[in-house]
Design a protein around this ligand. Structure first.
Ligand SMILES: Cc1cc2nc3c(=O)[nH]c(=O)nc-3n(C[C@H](O)[C@H](O)[C@H](O)COP(=O)(O)OP(=O)(O)OC[C@H]3O[C@@H](n4cnc5c(N)ncnc54)[C@H](O)[C@@H]3O)c2cc1C
Ligand code: SF4
Length: 453
């Protein structure tokens, strides 16, 4: 029975509804389904899907391996390029990456289901505990990696393969970064994020120190003194809030925190949600927060974005997913303030926006939407504490094409570094490529040292 009282209320739904609502969005394909899906691939020699994948997985090869009955070999093909192929298969916006580029993606046809095939192969290998890699003989080097998110883990794994010892310093109590704390619960069900972390670390040579935060527990100079190189993969720890008096009102919260609480809750029934929820933002986080608020039993969920539908960062697929769950998306509205009663939000005031001479501005016309829960998803920002010596490019760490920062011996990648797409798969690509660059730099240094000796 749905609970309709106003305010932040936990347990709005029956237990069975939570189970249904938070089940796997795209369950794993069965053996026969996988063969049928693989059979649709044309195995293009100049496969555009490969170019569209930020980690350049050999997609025609891994699909061919599935269709010839070799899913474990297929998993190895995927992991060779992307050790987080399991999570990427679940969370990549394939509709704007590999599947958008598929030659079968036409008005008459649908693309090959690359993401679901990738999940089929990688899940099988992880479930069977197939380990394809072992660290090379130790080179006696030790690299510091800051942050155990997709970028840090991909970097650490590739460094270990080359024979470097790696120490990961992770501020939180669990590794995984936003795979553990941010991705929508219906995209990664069960404990897959931690199982994937365990799989990655099981090659050996990587130590993870949890609860160790750069800028609080140690400095960058400490890491430079103790390690041969440093990789910064700390993501974007800060969030933008409304900047009005609304930030201090009960019921107005950061959408990432809302999602993190949901991901970490023992039971979804423990997570409070409003009866009328307003989400501010137009990206993936806004959509994920809105959909999950609806799935927790909110009666009305309205997502407000300050520009038009075509400007939203969330893909058309994600927007459609939200509307199919009952989320109402409204455009050309920006927040102006919130109304409250006894310290609890009761409504949000928004201003209609318009574009004049190419510049978006407020129109002066206001509208109030009743709300007992406002989720703010207007972007994350770099928490620069502890990295003051490293140059920034805009609001992120400046890096060159190999991930080198302005400070010799320090690399960076993932969301904290300029130039990425703020996606799991781009974090993995940047971490992996920085590891290759670190390996080359240390090999060159070792060659010079041995020539001098
Ligand atoms: C709500 C939400 C939903 C998303 N959904 C998707 C999706 O569906 N698909 C997709 O492709 N992408 C999604 N993304 C983006 C994706 O999660 C990120 O691009 C990706 O996690 C970036 O990886 P990263 O390793 O750079 O950073 P993170 O995943 O943020 O990991 C950084 C790690 O560093 C640690 N850390 C931070 N500061 C310090 C410090 N000072 N010292 C030590 N450790 C530190 C953090 O605790 C964290 O573990 C989503 C993002 C959000 C916020
Ligand atoms: S990693 Fe993502 S973009 Fe690349 S092939 Fe797999 S699902 Fe597509």
């Amino acid at each position: 029975m749905r609970q309709l009282e106003p305010g932040l209320v936990a347990g709005r739904l029956d237990p069975a509804e939570y189970t249904k609502n938070f089940s796997d969005l795209h369950p794993r394909l069965g053996d026969h389904e996988a063969l049928v899906a693989a059979d649709r691939c044309y195995f293009c020699h100049d496969a555009p899907c490969m170019t569209a994948c930020p980690t350049a997985i050999d997609i025609p090869l891994f699909i061919r391996q599935i269709s010839t009955g070799n899913p474990v070999g297929s998993a190895k093909t995927i992991f060779d390029q992307n050790i987080m192929g399991g999570m990427c298969a679940r969370v990549c916006p394939t509709e704007t990456l590999c599947e958008e580029a598929c030659v079968r993606n036409t008005a008459e046809e649908r693309p090959v289901e690359i993401g679901r095939l990738q999940r089929y192969a990688t899940d099988l290998a992880i479930d069977e505990g197939r380990q394809f890699y072992a660290p090379a003989a130790s080179l006696g080097t030790n690299i510091a990696v800051v942050g155990a998110g997709p970028a840090g883990l991909a970097c650490a794994h590739r460094l270990a393969l080359h024979g470097h010892n790696v120490t990961i310093y992770e501020a939180r109590e669990k590794a995984g970064g936003l795979n553990e704390y941010g991705i929508a619960a219906y995209k990664t069900t069960g404990d897959f994020a931690q199982r994937e972390v365990d799989y990655i670390l099981s090659i050996g040579g990587i130590d993870v120190l949890d609860g160790q935060m750069l800028g609080r527990d140690f400095t960058l100079a400490d890491l430079q003194a103790k390690h041969d190189a440093v990789f910064l993969g700390m993501g974007l720890g800060g969030v933008n809030m409304l900047g009005t008096q609304g930030d201090a009102v009960n019921g107005v919260i950061d959408a990432v925190e809302f999602i993190s609480n949901l991901r970490e809750a023992d039971s979804k029934a423990d997570v409070p949600v409003g009866r009328r929820v307003v989400v501010i933002g137009g990206g993936m986080t806004a959509i994920d927060a809105a959909v999950q608020a609806k799935l927790l039993g909110a009666e009305e969920v309205t997502l407000c974005y300050r520009r038009g539908q075509e400007h939203m960062n969330a893909s058309q697929y994600e927007q459609d997913l939200a509307t199919s769950k009952g989320v109402v998306i409204r455009h050309w509205l920006q927040p102006k303030g919130v109304a409250s009663h006894n310290g609890q939000v009761t409504a949000i005031t928004l201003e209609y926006t318009l574009v004049e001479d190419g510049v978006m501005k407020g129109s002066g016309q206001l509208v109030d939407i009743k709300a007992d829960h406002v989720l703010v998803a207007i972007g994350q920002k770099l928490d620069g504490f502890g990295i003051e010596t490293v140059k920034l490019d805009g609001r992120k760490i400046a890096v060159d094409a190999e991930g080198r920062t302005s400070v010799p011996g320090i690399w960076a990648g993932g969301d904290c570094a300029a130039g990425g797409d703020d996606l799991t798969v781009s974090g993995v690509a940047m971490g992996r490529d920085a590891a290759e660059s670190i390996n080359r730099a240390l090999a060159a240094k070792a060659a010079i040292t041995s020539a001098v000796a």
